[in-house]
Design a protein around this ligand. Structure first.
Ligand code: SF4
Ligand code: FES
Length: 336
């Protein structure tokens, strides 16, 4: 086991854990955001830099600070390590830059994007970004590509987090899509116009942090905040059959996997459950779904449970709210 101090809080985690896993063990507003890391997917992380933190002491044996900010999702803990996230101004400033960087090519089309209201990038920009953006050049755009009957690929919105590639690699028996080309020409595509139609392919929709991969059977049917999520299950021979049904009135508009507080899928589901079972009679209803993540889906979520970092404003009440009790958090909040 290794003991590290994260934002002034001591936590003990198994050796070989990452700094992000240690922070998640503490939980709450000290946890760094993650746009590419996805705990259920092996090898994910290290692409987006959203989770950068400052290591002010490398370990008990060698307490020198690490010279640069490190990606907490891929940096292993060392016994005696001291890490700063919300307490470090350099981290906070850099994170604003990361938001700006991710938004350079991402279209600001939230009003017409199906992912709005449950988009990790939207939440990331809201919680950590700035109002202004300096980029004035033309945004990178791609031609629309048809990747099959169920999934819509809107490449302009992709942030190249690779989550969908890992999902296809690790869940399906034949990956037909991946990242093509290099540098700023990189794009998600299917080689020689294949379609993605494996039993578990629909999971790429759930893991995509933005609106690049959306559910064709739900597209433009409704805004997510008008729908009511309900836990349900069925006896499925292919997957666990544990899902969330998204209702508008008496109609099931879409079916997704259940997600945790970090917006990560708890159990991946098959395409039959996701796309073919849209009648209430197909399911056993477990009860209303509690949305753990900050989201417009939970009404007044931002005002009631401030999961937003200590120094940002709540939306509805417009004042600075500090949940944390550490004096350093209060100091920093006062400054901001
Ligand atoms: S399509 Fe979505 S999941 Fe795939 S790399 Fe792009 S942003 Fe990530
Ligand atoms: S979440 Fe760590 S680099 Fe993307």
């Amino acid at each position: 086991m290794a003991t590290i101090t994260f934002d002034g809080i001591e936590v003990e985690v198994p050796d070989n854990s990452t700094i992000l896993q240690a922070a998640r063990k503490i939980g709450g507003s000290v946890v760094p955001p993650a746009m590419c890391y996805y705990e259920p997917l092996k090898g994910s992380g290290g692409k987006c830099r959203a989770c950068l933190v400052k290591v002010t002491a490398g370990s008990a044996k060698d307490p020198r600070p690490m010279p640069k900010l490190v990606a907490s999702c891929i940096t292993p803990v060392q016994d005696g390590m001291i890490v700063e996230n919300t307490l470090n101004e350099e981290v906070l400033k850099t994170r604003k830059g990361i938001v700006e960087f991710l938004l350079i090519n991402h279209p600001l089309d939230c009003p017409i994007c199906d992912q709005a209201g449950e988009c990790d990038l939207q939440n990331f920009a809201f919680e950590h970004g700035t109002v202004a953006q300096r980029y004035e050049e033309e945004r990178r755009t791609y031609d629309m590509v048809d990747i099959g009957p169920y999934i819509k690929l809107h490449m302009n919105r992709c942030i190249l987090c690779y989550r969908c590639v890992y999902t296809a690699d690790q869940l399906t028996n034949k990956r037909v899509h991946g990242v093509l080309n290099r540098g700023d020409h990189s794009e998600i595509g299917t080689y020689i116009a294949n379609s993605i139609d494996n039993d578990f392919s629909g999971n790429v929709i759930d893991v995509c942090p933005v609106g690049a991969l959306t559910d064709k059977t739900f597209r433009f049917k409704n805004r997510v905040w008008f729908t009511k999520p309900v836990d349900a299950h069925r006896d499925c021979p292919t997957c666990s059959g544990k899902v969330v049904l998204w209702y508008r009135g008496a109609d099931v508009l879409r079916v997704t996997a259940r997600k945790n507080a970090y917006n990560e899928v708890e159990e991946f589901i098959c395409n039959t459950c996701r796309f073919d079972k849209k009648a209430t009679s197909d399911w056993v209803i477990d009860g209303p779904r509690k949305i753990d993540q900050a989201s417009v889906i939970s009404q007044n979520q931002y005002a009631q449970n401030t999961v937003i970092p200590a120094f940002t404003k709540t939306v509805t009440e417009g004042y600075t709210e500090v949940n944390d009790t550490l004096p350093e958090h209060k100091q920093l909040a006062a400054k901001n």
